[in-house]
Design a protein around this ligand. Structure first.
Ligand code: NDP
Ligand SMILES: O=C(O)C(=O)[C@@H](O)[C@H](O)C(=O)CO
Length: 276
């Protein structure tokens, strides 16, 4: 099965759905991720802080899928902000992944009180120029932070990966992204372990369409144009999560799902959250 993808502003592409890997560790993680690649996942989302970059690298080798067909994303941790620190942290990540290049490198959190994300961004521009990273982006950035990157470096991230699910649809930030050519990625697209998947609005739509609630939620992300990266440790769930391109939600169903808006689940506000 070949997945739809989006063109990024830098000429690269990103699949319309990916695999979150937070919590997929050790040998069971290797098996889960390599099985996911076998089932058709082509975008893999990891981070220095997930402690599983080695697991992702091993899964890629085990899968037998051509490296060039995969989009591997990892992220710079908060404690490594700064120009030199970013270059060194990236090389640690790349060594653990055991890859010649990383497809998408993101600043994991802005940590504004430290105020070094612009220095890190300059280092990421350098990594891209050297060909070690194909695309550079950010995660958990607000519109004013994105403005700052553009004004101070002239380089706009191609991706901003943010908390996004029917409880927190990020309407305003998505509008900013659309104006600036930034692709939105949705983290915790299924609301992680919240009550989201039991919402009557969703169970009604799912029953009517003969789909599961997670499929309806993931289809909602696709129709917003945001790239969801659901994580599952279970093969049947991972396969079902990928199967969201053969049905559509009506405008009325999208509007009903939009009506679930209530705010962030975990309260991790990028203006105040400090990531180690
Ligand atoms: N940039 C950032 O700051 C952040 C990035 N992320 C990224 O986003 C990814 C996804 O987010 P995450 O927080 O894991 O949350 P998700 O919204 O992906 O939810 C994951 C949970 O949903 C369950 N689940 C998955 N599929 C199904 C299904 N079909 N039916 C029922 N339950 C299901 C999983 O259980 P089970 O495993 O048992 O199937 C797990 O408990 C992360 O893995 C990570 O890569 C996440 C948080 C922050
Ligand atoms: O998973 C991530 O990318 C994070 O940023 C973490 O905040 C994670 O969501 C977490 O819960 C760590 O305890």
């Amino acid at each position: 099965m070949s997945l739809p993808s989006y063109a990024l502003r830098d000429g690269n592409t990103i699949p319309a759905i990916g695999l979150g890997t937070y919590g997929l560790n050790e040998q069971v993680g290797v098996e889960a991720i390599s099985d996911a690649i076998g089932d058709g996942y082509r975008l893999l989302d990891t981070a220095y802080n997930y402690g599983n970059e080695d697991v992702v690298g091993e899964a890629i080798r085990r899968s037998g899928v051509d490296r060039s067909d995969l989009v591997v994303a990892t992220k710079l941790p908060g404690r490594h902000h700064g120009f030199d620190e970013t270059i060194a942290s990236f090389e640690e990540s790349r060594a653990r992944l055991d890859l010649d290049w990383v497809d998408l490198y993101l600043i994991h959190w802005p940590n504004p009180s430290v105020d070094k994300f612009v220095d890190s961004w300059k280092a990421m521009i350098r990594l891209r120029e050297k060909g070690l990273v194909r695309s550079i982006g950010v995660s958990n950035f607000t519109a004013p932070m994105l403005d700052r990157l553009e004004h101070e470096t002239g380089v706009v991230p191609v991706v901003n990966q943010v908390e996004l699910h029917p409880y927190f649809s990020q309407r305003e930030l998505r509008g900013y992204h659309a104006e600036h050519g930034i692709r939105t990625e949705s983290w915790s697209p299924l609301g992680r372990k919240s009550d989201l998947l039991n919402e009557p609005v969703l169970t009604e739509i799912a029953a009517r369409l003969g789909r599961s609630v997670p499929q309806v939620v993931l289809r909602w992300h696709v129709q917003l144009g945001s790239v969801p990266i659901p994580k599952s440790s279970q093969a049947d769930r991972r396969r079902a999560n990928l199967d969201v391109f053969s049905f559509e939600l009506s405008e009325a169903d999208v509007a009903a799902i939009d009506g679930l808006e209530r705010g962030r689940i975990w309260g991790a506000d990028p203006d105040t959250h400090e990531e180690l």
